[in-house]
Every structure is written in structure tokens, then in C-alpha cells.
Design a protein. Structure first.
Length: 142
């Protein structure tokens, strides 16, 4: 990866998001816990959640990932509370579509647009998807 590509990929916005991840840690009594790992880079995200009335009411995440995975986790953390399993699946599918072909993620997951420069770096996609895939899976089990 050239220096120009690296600067494009790790923009100031990505680094800003990565440095401010909401809901870090673990819940004392989660209803669901899902751990996801990106095999290529070794990034890991573990999410805990509690759902009531079909919506996320409590959420925590343990994020050990690259800056792109951290940025994606920050975006998830900002919008996860109050979401239904269907909304989380839509966010997951929207991020996958954006990375695969440039689709625009739906609100409230439109913050994923900050990760659009990573679309051309397929080896980074698994890390970017960890948080939303984990929380969508956890919500599906409830």
C-alpha cells in the first residue's frame, strides 16, 4: 500500500472515530454475547447486549481491532441502543453492500460512509464488519 493510499484509508475521521468508541467493556449480565474474529488480521470484537420489548436496551463491546475495526465499532456504539434485530440486520447488510459495491448504508447507520475509502481494500472488510455482525447475531438470538 502506498503512502497516499494509506493516508486515504486512515483519514482523520477514521482515527477520530477509532479513538472514541462508545460502550467499551462488558455487561455484568448480558442476555446474549457474541465474539467475532477476523482471521486474516486477528481483530476481535465481543459484544454483550440486553434486549427488552424487541429493542436493545443495554450494550457493551470489547474491541481489539485495527483502526478501521475500531471506527466501525464506534459507529455501531453510537446508534445501537433502541434498535431492533431487523434494524441491526439492515445496518449489517448496508455495510456489506457499501463495501462490495458502493451502496449507501441506511440511516441510522449512515455513519458507515466514513469507511467507504476501505471498499478497495478487501483484506480490511472482515475487521470492519466485526462489530455490526456480532451485534446483529446477538440480537437475532433474542
Amino acid at each position: 500500500m502506498s503512502d497516499v493510499e494509506m493516508m486515504k484509508l486512515y483519514s482523520g475521521r477514521i482515527l477520530e472515530l477509532a479513538s472514541d468508541i462508545p460502550h467499551l467493556g462488558r455487561l455484568p449480565a448480558p442476555m446474549a454475547t457474541v465474539r467475532k474474529r477476523a482471521p486474516l488480521c486477528g481483530s476481535v470484537v465481543t459484544v454483550d447486549l440486553v434486549m427488552q420489548g424487541g429493542r436493545v436496551t443495554e450494550f457493551a463491546q470489547d474491541v481489539k481491532a485495527c483502526a478501521l475495526g475500531q471506527a466501525a465499532a464506534a459507529i455501531v456504539g453510537r446508534v445501537v441502543i433502541g434498535r431492533t434485530a431487523a434494524e441491526l440486520q439492515t445496518g449489517r447488510d448496508g455495510l456489506r453492500a457499501m463495501l462490495a459495491g458502493g451502496a449507501v448504508p441506511p440511516a441510522p447507520f449512515d455513519g458507515f460512509a466514513a469507511l467507504e475509502p476501505a471498499r478497495d481494500f478487501r483484506n480490511r472488510h472482515a475487521s470492519i464488519l466485526l462489530a455490526i455482525e456480532a451485534v446483529a447475531e446477538a440480537a437475532e438470538t433474542q
